[in-house]
Design a binder for this molecule. Structure first.
Ligand code: FE2
Ligand code: FE2
Length: 394
């Protein structure tokens, strides 16, 4: 059995035991948006986690339908097409140009509505919902992002400043060209900045949990997770510094001073599904996969340690969701069920592939885009969805 499979199995059974839930057959949630379909012309570099489109597995585009959608977001995140569905409020489903409001309302915080392209179409789940070919723009990171007003925020980077990259890590740079070293440095800087921003995201989460009267163990775990992210930022930036041969550090992150703390139980539950149950699980599984393939001992050690921590953060997310359901009852449970269902059709794009020879990329902890995407699908099917289903049915 390969070690990434062991990692996923260990994670799903560990979380199930912690939650005291029983796992049903390992099948994915099926329902609105369950088709994972992606625009093959995805726009380039997105936010966290990088760029690149996701491959199309089931194009739902009806070539005979005209696009009457309107653009509602202006970011630069990758575009994803999927079948969006919502319960009908009348005898018939509204035409395409009147469906924007209901679809926009159903989107999670990681997405904004790009266009409603065609519909209404039959609901493949058989629930009689109104379904439309829809294109959204994904704006979130893999892992827990710092949500600012206009998308995930990271600090600018400052070259040559010490303080965040002093871990004695020594990846093997022998034989690497200066260009290859810089590509690897940039990758770890990007990761490090998102890890650094996650510190603020967990600090905010700890305050929100306190506000809602969460148990001591949840509040403590949120603070511990913030410290884990400090360590991840330090490890990532230290690897970057080693590849570059010079220190590197984040500048200030002023967005941390204006984080919205006014989050109701239902909003906390839904954001935790997206950022924690999905985001942290995908981050953990991807890091485990990268660690398994990395032959460089320093890189492998960093990735394995990050994978272990992110798995614990995913577990924390499921515990928080369980807490919100217990505290908020049926409305929160329904919102959670919907969030998991929606998440099934919204895989974030995998990190961009670096401009490196495949052997060098693999040795230094990259997996090809297609493999990363496959790892995400396995993480959703084998970990996120079975646990989500067990939680809402408990
Ligand atoms: Fe992290
Ligand atoms: Fe994390």
């Amino acid at each position: 059995m390969d070690s990434s499979l062991i990692f996923r199995r260990t994670l799903v059974y560990r979380v199930a035991a912690t939650l005291g839930v029983t796992l049903a057959a390992p099948v994915a949630f099926v329902g609105c948006g369950a088709k994972v379909v992606v625009d093959s012309e995805s726009t380039g570099a997105g936010g966290a986690g990088g760029a690149g489109g996701t491959s199309s597995t089931n194009s739902t585009t009806d070539a005979t339908s005209s696009s009457t959608g309107t653009t509602a977001c202006e970011g630069t995140g990758p575009l994803t097409s999927f079948l969006a569905c919502f319960p009908s409020t009348g005898l018939t489903c509204p035409p395409t140009n009147e469906a924007h409001g209901a679809i926009a309302e159903s989107l999670d915080i990681c997405s904004c509505l790009h266009s409603v392209d065609a519909g209404p179409k039959p609901d493949p789940s058989g629930n009689g919902f109104c379904c439309y070919d829809t294109t959204i723009e994904t704006t979130c990171a893999i892992g827990r992002p710092l949500r600012a007003e206009d998308g995930p925020a990271v600090a600018p980077v400052e070259a040559t400043r010490r303080g965040w990259s002093d871990e004695p890590l020594a990846p093997n740079v022998e034989g690497l060209s200066a260009e290859a070293r810089e590509v690897l440095a940039e990758r770890w800087i990007r990761d490090g900045l998102f890890e650094h921003a996650s510190v603020a995201a967990f600090s905010r989460l700890a305050l929100v949990l306190l506000a809602h009267g969460a148990d001591e163990s949840l509040v403590r775990a949120a603070h511990e997770a913030a410290l884990d992210e400090v360590r991840h930022a330090r490890l990532s930036l230290s690897l970057a510094a080693a590849y570059r041969g010079a220190p590197v550090a984040p500048r200030g992150l002023p967005e941390a001073l204006s984080l919205p703390l006014d989050e109701g139980l239902r909003e906390l539950a839904v954001s935790t599904v997206i950022e924690g149950a999905v985001g942290e699980t995908l981050a953990a599984v991807l890091a485990a996969e990268q660690a398994e393939r990395a032959s460089d001992p320093a890189v492998r050690r960093v990735l394995a340690s990050i994978a272990e921590d992110e798995a614990r953060h995913a577990e924390l997310a499921f515990r928080i969701i369980s807490f919100t359901i217990a505290a908020g009852g049926a409305p929160v449970r329904d919102a959670v069920a919907r969030a998991f269902r929606d998440a099934a059709g919204r895989l974030p794009p995998p990190p961009a592939e670096p401009q490196l020879a495949p052997a060098v990329a693999a040795a230094h902890g990259h997996v090809p885009c297609a493999d990363a995407r496959a790892a995400f699908v396995r993480a959703m099917d084998e970990v996120v969805m079975p646990l989500g289903r067990a939680l809402v049915e408990a």
